[in-house]
Design a protein around this ligand. Structure first.
Ligand SMILES: NC(=O)C1=CN([C@@H]2O[C@H](COP(=O)(O)OP(=O)(O)OC[C@H]3O[C@@H](n4cnc5c(N)ncnc54)[C@H](OP(=O)(O)O)[C@@H]3O)[C@@H](O)[C@H]2O)[C@@H](O)CC1
Ligand SMILES: [K+]
Length: 501
């Protein structure tokens, strides 16, 4: 498992809540009170001056939280209006409605305020969302969205599936300025459309964390400082002790993507990196850094000979390699059965060579973007592309996990919401929606180099993939807008120094 913050699915948070209540230490009503109080507290911190607030409540416990928020804000002197859907079978929410000092009016066209409130609390549906919003509700929320009010979502924007980050049905949801969720993040806060729709996400501690399932199966990786002990070279040692990475490069005239990967491998601390172009491309791959070693590799036999040196610790195949060259070298790379990153052209080559799929092993990390993923796993990609009608909807996390199980290797599905999945079910999400400038040519090649460099240093595949993604993002943050991929390896020394590695 990677180091990170535990993420719980809707089913897991329900189980955690049940375990907390089952322990006898707390009741559902107490948890609802804590949840509502936390949201009301955040609202008052963010907007210290009372303002008109419209609280929209659903039939279940999400709506119950909304009622607590309304009461708390009312008690603090805020002008509060509450509109609610008819009650469902949720006894704690019903109790809160009975205790509410503010009139609870039926949510609908007739009761909708003529003058829009500047703040809307969306407590319609949370983890219990089962399907898309009905057309009447969607129309009301669309109207609310037009008033440019600030929106605070309780647990998440209603209509957003908190397990997948996908909007259920084909109805728009009301984007939130602020989302306050409870105990832990849900996958949907980070994945897909969720990241943009949730706005700023805060996690309120409601006192149930000791009842979470263990060990954590899903984490958010966000804190690069956790990497420092793993990346430290404090023990010293020979260059071979830090791993020898081989990066396969292209034939003549196919560009320098592999050099970016190799440079990243060096910068992340592999003891040696050998770049392997074809013989006729040796001259064009002779450019700096001079720390790189070169070795001509024309054929699968040449690669097999090189890999028979058991000091070689990891291999990176794909960046700037060319699909046919990657295809020609793929079998030997897989039969080596040691740490291997397959990226870019190697993924396309693998999708064209189904007979090689059974050779993929747990020491492999595959790093597809969405297009490469769809070529390798068209059935899984089709499930992801199908409309999301019911919750929990099939997610990018489900897709990466299914792919990891299918090939028995770690899979890193790239995107602004990168998902990393191991074949044993462990998974991590890295959300970098703020790093739009990282979507630049060659950035993926650098990532492949980082991961394979870390694998050469001995990190196991899932951890190397997680650490590589973190370092990649940290380097992009340091380089800032305007970066080109070449800047990423150059930013690494400062990133690593900042981590105390
Ligand atoms: N877990 C915790 O630790 C804590 C959780 N807490 C809170 O509880 C929330 C979860 O509560 P919940 O389980 O009652 O589900 P919730 O989201 O209120 O919705 C369920 C209701 O909505 C209905 N419904 C669903 N979709 C619909 C649709 N499209 N259109 C119309 N109706 C639809 C559904 O009806 P049904 O599908 O059965 O027909 C059912 O009646 C959670 O998000 C958090 O805020 C805190 O209070 C305390 C700590
Ligand atoms: K909500």
């Amino acid at each position: 498992m990677a180091d990170g913050v535990q993420i719980l699915t809707s089913a897991q948070i329900r189980a955690t809540e049940s375990a907390a209540m089952g322990s006898g230490g707390t009741t559902g009503a107490q948890l609802m009170e804590r949840a509502g109080a936390a949201v009301a507290g955040q609202i008052r911190l963010r907007w210290p001056q009372p303002r008109r607030v419209l609280v929209l409540c659903g039939p279940g416990n999400n709506g119950g939280d909304g009622i607590v928020i309304a009461r708390r804000l009312h008690e603090a002197g805020w002008p509060v209006e509450v509109l609610a859907l008819p009650e469902g079978p949720a006894p704690d929410a019903a109790l809160m409605r009975r205790r509410c000092p503010v009139p609870v009016r039926p949510l609908g066209e007739a009761a909708w305020p003529a003058a829009p409130a500047p703040l809307i609390v969306d407590a319609l549906f949370g983890t219990g969302l089962a399907r898309g919003l009905g057309p009447d509700l969607a129309a009301l929320l669309a109207r609310a969205g037009e008033t440019a009010a600030e929106v605070v979502a309780v647990d998440g924007p209603s209509g957003l599936c908190l397990d997948s980050g996908r909007v259920l049905g084909s109805v728009p949801v009301l984007p939130a300025t602020l989302t306050v969720t409870f105990d832990s993040l849900r996958p949907g806060h980070l994945l897909d459309a969720g990241a943009a729709l949730c706005g700023r996400v805060l996690v309120a501690d409601i006192g149930i964390s000791s009842f979470r399932p263990q060990p954590a199966q899903l984490v958010r990786i966000e804190d690069a400082s956790l990497l420092a002990p793993r990346l430290s070279k404090a023990g010293g040692g020979h260059k071979y002790a830090h791993g020898h990475l081989v990066v396969i490069a292209s034939g003549a005239g196919q560009g320098g993507a592999a050099r970016l990967a190799a440079r990243a491998g060096l910068r992340v601390g592999a003891g040696l990196v050998t770049l392997g172009p074809s013989r006729d491309a040796m001259a064009e791959h002779a450019a700096p850094p001079d720390a790189l070693m070169r070795r001509a590799l024309d054929s699968a036999e040449d690669l097999a000979t090189l890999l028979s040196d058991d000091r070689i610790a990891a291999l990176c195949l794909g960046p700037g390699c060319g699909v046919s060259r990657a295809g020609a070298l793929l079998r030997v790379a897989l039969e080596w059965r040691r740490p291997l990153v397959l990226d870019a052209d190697a993924l396309t080559a693998l999708s064209q060579r189904p007979e090689l799929r059974s050779l993929v092993h747990p020491g492999c990390v595959l790093t597809p973007h969405g297009g490469e993923f769809a070529r390798l796993w068209p059935d899984i990609a089709a499930r992801l592309a199908a409309p999301a009608e019911r919750g929990p909807a099939f997610s990018r996390l489900d897709a990466a996990r299914a792919a990891a199980v299918d090939l028995g290797c770690s899979v890193l599905l790239k995107g602004p919401d990168t998902v990393i999945a191991a074949p044993d079910g462990a998974a991590a999400i890295h959300a970098a929606q703020d790093l739009g400038w990282l979507a630049t040519a060659g950035a993926g090649d650098v990532l492949a180099g980082l991961i394979s460099g870390l694998m050469a240093r001995g990190l196991e595949p899932f951890k190397a993939a997680s650490a590589g993604v973190l370092l990649h993002a940290a380097a992009a943050r340091r380089a800032g807008p305007g970066l080109i991929a070449d800047d990423l390896p150059e930013a690494l020394p400062a990133v690593l120094a900042g981590l105390g590695a």
